[in-house]
Design a binder for this molecule. Structure first.
Ligand SMILES: *Cc1c(COP(=O)(O)O)cnc(C)c1O
Length: 393
């Protein structure tokens, strides 16, 4: 059966090596160096009740299997599952819960996560409490006997708040009886900068649309865990609910993964340069970047992130919403667009774009907030672009 390796086979290798080789051995029949796009829905069976490990592409597809092995390997996990989008991954995980179960969620999660939990899953009898995840005491106080999941992002979208994954995991482990699972949306950091399983999380979720794919050309999601029982339940649900990526999407994501290490180094260097530039600018009220020593989460970020702090930078302007609008409409290299994590720099106003769905809730973000996804162009060109745009604010 191809691919025949597991994430554990590559555990002794470095990150950049795993990104290129895990799940991606040459295809045995032809020697194709790159995992083929198995654009097929079904598979010939040699005899009744027999198959070569694949019987239907919702259940398993070799291109997707290769991606799943690579994703698990990069997160330092044993088991990976790929989905049609980040939201599909989150939905599949939440399908493990049942009416009456309670979830503790960070109060600054991705707007679409909030929308799914608050507007849809509540109708199925799930209960959600939103808390400040950077305060483990607040998390402990929110846990109930029915809490089955603690859901966090770090750094958060769009306020770049930092949660201490180990401290939250310790809260979960101190619960008697059936303890809640800890799931971390690791989209902003990527596994190159942060591996939540190593800090005690049970599950990692990704929107692979962002840094993992890395080129703004594919939508996808992932779940990774070390817990075999949990993996089997998720794999059953992945097949039963069916929110899987097509083979071409899996292939594009694999292609992106190969350069993840190099890209994250460049994103982190440019993110730091842009954060330093913005923090001294007279029109900028505050800069949110976990790599700045004055950031309240700096010490935790330094401990749980490696090799950098990523390419996401947010800032609030003195001029509020009007100033934010002027800035995002004047940049030329930074493209005004939703999404993040691609090689090209993007800029947006969360209050009216990515986070419009949290307006009026406790998760509402400041109107003058601007979020930058700093790409891997030349840092001096990015700073010059912001400089000319801010001059007009
Ligand atoms: C984009 C994003 C998601 C949702 O992923 P999709 O691939 O768009 O479904 C979830 N969490 C974070 C942090 C994101 O940035």
């Amino acid at each position: 059966m191809y691919p025949s390796d597991t994430a554990a086979d590559h555990a002794h290798l470095g990150f950049a090596t795993r990104a290129i080789h895990a799940g991606q051995a040459p295809e045995p029949q032809t020697g194709a160096v790159i995992v083929p796009i198995y654009q097929t829905s079904t598979y010939a069976q040699p005899a009744l009740g027999q198959h070569h490990g694949y019987d239907y592409s919702r259940t398993d597809n070799p291109t997707r299997s290769a991606l799943q092995i690579a994703l698990a390997s990069l997160e330092g996990g044993h088991f990976g599952l790929a989905f049609a989008s980040g939201m599909a991954a989150t939905t599949t995980l939440l399908l493990l819960l049942k009416a009456g179960d309670h979830v503790v969620v960070g109060d600054d999660v991705y707007g679409g996560t909030y929308r799914l939990f608050h507007r849809i899953l509540r109708n199925f009898g799930l209960e959600f409490t939103f808390v400040d995840m950077s305060d483990p005491q607040a998390v402990a106080e929110a846990v109930r006997p029915t809490t089955r999941l603690i859901w966090l992002e770090t750094p958060t979208n769009p306020l770049l708040k930092v949660a201490d994954i180990r401290a939250v995991a310790e809260v979960a482990h101190s619960v008697g009886g059936e303890r809640p699972l800890v799931a971390v949306d690791n989209t902003f950091a990527s596994p190159y900068l942060q591996q939540p399983l190593a800090h005690g999380a049970d599950l990692v979720m990704h929107s692979s649309t962002k840094y993992l794919g890395g080129h703004s050309d594919v939508v996808g999601g992932a779940l990774v865990t070390n817990d075999e029982d949990l993996y089997q339940r998720l794999k059953f649900t992945q097949n039963a609910a069916g929110a899987v990526p097509g083979p071409f999407d899996a292939w594009l994501t694999l292609r992106g993964l190969k350069t993840l290490a190099l890209r994250m180094q460049a994103h982190s260097a440019n993110g730091m340069a842009v954060a330093h530039y913005l923090k001294t600018h007279a029109k900028v009220k505050r800069v949110m970047y976990p790599g700045l020593p004055e950031h309240p989460g700096f010490a935790v970020a330094q401990r749980q992130m490696t090799c950098g702090f990523g390419g996401m930078v947010s800032c609030e302007l003195h001029g509020g919403a009007a100033a934010a609008q002027t800035l995002v409409e004047r940049t030329r290299l930074f493209t005004l667009a939703e999404s993040l994590g691609g090689v090209e720099s993007l800029i947006e106003v969360p209050a009216v774009m990515t986070h419009a769905s949290v307006a009026g809730s406790a998760l509402e973000v400041p109107a003058g907030l601007v979020r930058l996804s700093v790409g891997i162009e030349e840092a001096q060109d990015l700073v010059a672009d912001l400089d000319q745009a801010l001059a007009g604010v």
